[in-house]
Design a protein around this ligand. Structure first.
Ligand code: PMV
Length: 338
């Protein structure tokens, strides 16, 4: 038996960050993100029933040995619940809309696209144990925690939290009690660094296990989730800006104070942050920043500030980006089956 399926799945940017785990791929605190639109991965999974299950991974049309161990480990884990997949050989073709070397985390879009393909296969084999997107999010989480949030559009919450009905550590849920200002939020990703990240996020999460501030961090993150819930429903952008910038700096503060410590911000990351904060004060707007586990800056702003953001980028920020590069993105509607 042979078959194939293709999914396109977006990246996401967290507002309250997931950083630290308790047990296998269980988040130490809840997190919430905007799903993006233009930054996405397209993955085709081809399967063939086989006595000698094999796995081949192609990135942008070229066989890629570097990705194979991660994908093999993912299938190994999935096979614990769905042993039938061991009876198949797989060929995977994947490509990203953003350059792999851009430093943009491709794991959220990449692992969610693969999880959606896996779910389509399990559905075809008539063995899917849970509703399609719930299981897709659960399988994506096994590949990469943040990927669990990429299977839905808009705002997406992952991790058990008393204020978020239906929330779970095992899968993400779409969050819709949201003021219209957040439906069209903008994210301009300022590419400060083109190389690979110097620390993998799995190593980073692990460093929270013995971190002197971890308990306090997990407590604050849960509180920030409560605060953000109010902000998301009332559209209070001043409070939104304050909260997301604090979350970004706390994430990097944790990295800088772990043992061993690491600094992922580069001089131009800081320069951009300061220019954004200065511009905001001078221009009465809600242009703010957040950060992933890397040097790039995500500049988040409401649609009403698009013209001001354009001016800030053209006049000040593009010059601080590697080769002047940045990516304009917006909140998106989630994955599509192609
Ligand atoms: O999904 P991971 O294990 O690569 O962790 C990602 C963690 C952050 O991007 C830093 C924060 C988040 O919640 O996305």
């Amino acid at each position: 038996m042979k078959g194939s399926v293709k999914w396109q799945s977006p990246s996401n940017i967290a507002l309250v960050k997931y950083w630290g785990k308790k047990g296998f791929q269980i988040p130490a605190n809840a997190s919430i993100s905007f799903t993006l639109s233009n930054c996405h991965t397209t993955t085709e999974l081809k399967w063939t029933k086989s006595d000698s299950p094999e796995l081949t991974v192609f990135l942008d049309g070229h066989e890629n040995a570097a990705f194979k161990p991660k994908v093999a480990a993912y299938f190994e884990k999935i096979a614990q619940d769905y042993p039938i997949i061991k009876e198949y050989a797989f060929e995977i073709h994947t490509s990203n809309t953003f350059p792999h070397s851009s430093g943009i985390a491709s794991s959220a879009s990449g692992m969610s696209a693969l999880a959606l393909c896996t779910c389509s296969l399990l559905e075809t084999l008539d063995v899917l144990q849970k509703p399609f997107f719930e299981e897709a999010s659960n399988l994506a989480r096994i590949g990469s925690g943040s990927a669990s949030r990429s299977v839905y559009g808009g705002l997406v919450e992952w991790g058990q939290h008393p204020d978020y009905a239906g929330s779970s550590d095992l899968f993400a849920v779409p969050y819709s009690d949201v003021h219209p200002v957040f439906h069209t939020y903008q994210d301009t990703i300022l590419l400060v660094h083109e190389g690979q990240k110097s620390v993998s996020s799995s190593v980073g999460h692990g460093l929270l296990d013995n971190h002197p501030f971890s308990d306090k961090r997990f407590e604050i993150a849960q509180q920030n989730m409560s605060k953000l819930k109010q902000i998301l429903s009332n559209g209070d952008l001043d409070s939104f800006v304050e909260l997301i910038e604090s979350e970004a700096l706390m994430l990097h503060g944790l990295m800088m104070t772990s043992s061993p410590s690491f600094i992922l911000m580069l001089p131009n990351t800081l320069a951009i942050i300061q220019k954004i904060q200065h511009f905001r004060k001078q221009n009465d707007c809600h242009i703010a920043f957040t950060l992933d586990a890397g040097a790039n800056v995500h500049m988040l702003y409401p649609e009403k500030d698009v013209d001001k953001a354009r001016r800030l980028i053209d006049n000040e920020l593009a010059a601080l980006c590697a080769n002047g590069q940045y990516i304009c993105d917006t909140v998106g509607t989630g994955p599509t089956k192609l």
